[in-house]
Ligand binder design. Structure first.
Ligand SMILES: [Zn+2]
Length: 228
């Protein structure tokens, strides 16, 4: 397995992705261009070639020269950014688990997220809410809950699977008594094409632990994260 390119793998350098990729291609760090770890788990050259084929299929004669030259790289870089969670584990985003003498519900609501529908490669955009009841005082940093959502969403996804993955990641790391993940999102593949239903939102939830059976607690959890 090749050594990691530390320069290329630093997330804060994501905006430099094409440049770093070219540098790596010149074998400065000895890495193959396709990254298999971290947020660079994509083949930019292959994606660029694919976009060029799409443009060609639309009719080369209708495409302006600047678009033909530069759009493939722009689109490939954009897709790499939107899929920057590939190769990252949502579970690892939980980070340190703190010990607090607190055993009431903890909720984070209105977490904005965006993902990419794996059927059409169009975005779906919405809000998520997470509620859990800690066991033995095991709590996560609030920002880490949003981070789990962001990383799980940053890949081609289904909203249903995304909701489950967020719940499972938090269950594994925190082992709470109960957990509820709620997501609402507008899917561009439904809004601007197909059925043309702008404004419609898909609602999904994943319920774990005692919230599955305790209706009163589940209602309380839902009330905490209801969209305002
Ligand atoms: Zn779709």
């Amino acid at each position: 397995m090749p050594a990691r390119c530390q320069a290329a793998l630093r997330p804060e350098r994501m905006h430099m992705l094409p440049r770093l990729s070219e540098r790596c291609q010149q074998s400065l760090c000895g890495m193959e261009r396709r990254r298999r770890v971290g947020w660079l788990a994509v083949d930019l050259a292959k994606m660029e070639a694919g976009v060029r084929l799409v443009l060609e299929g639309m009719g080369r004669e209708h495409i302006q020269e600047e678009v033909w030259e530069r759009t493939p790289k722009r689109v490939a870089t954009m897709l790499a950014e939107l899929c920057s969670g590939m190769g990252q584990s949502p579970e690892e985003q939980v980070g340190a688990v703190f010990q607090e003498s607190y055993d009431e519900m903890i909720a984070l609501k209105n977490i904005p997220f965006h993902s990419l529908c794996e059927h059409h490669l169009l975005p779906f955009v919405g809000r998520a809410g997470v509620v859990y009841v800690p066991r033995a005082g095991r709590v996560a940093g609030a920002s880490k809950l949003a981070r789990v959502v962001a990383v799980a969403a940053a890949r081609p996804q289904l909203q249903e699977r995304l909701t489950s993955q967020v719940a499972d990641a938090l269950m594994h790391r925190l082992a709470p008594y109960g957990l509820l993940v709620h997501m609402e999102a507008e899917h561009m593949c439904m809004s601007i094409r197909g059925v043309h239903a702008p404004g419609s939102r898909l609602v999904t939830s994943a319920i774990r632990g005692h919230l599955r059976t305790d209706a009163a607690a589940r209602d309380e959890a839902l009330a905490l994260i209801r969209q305002s």
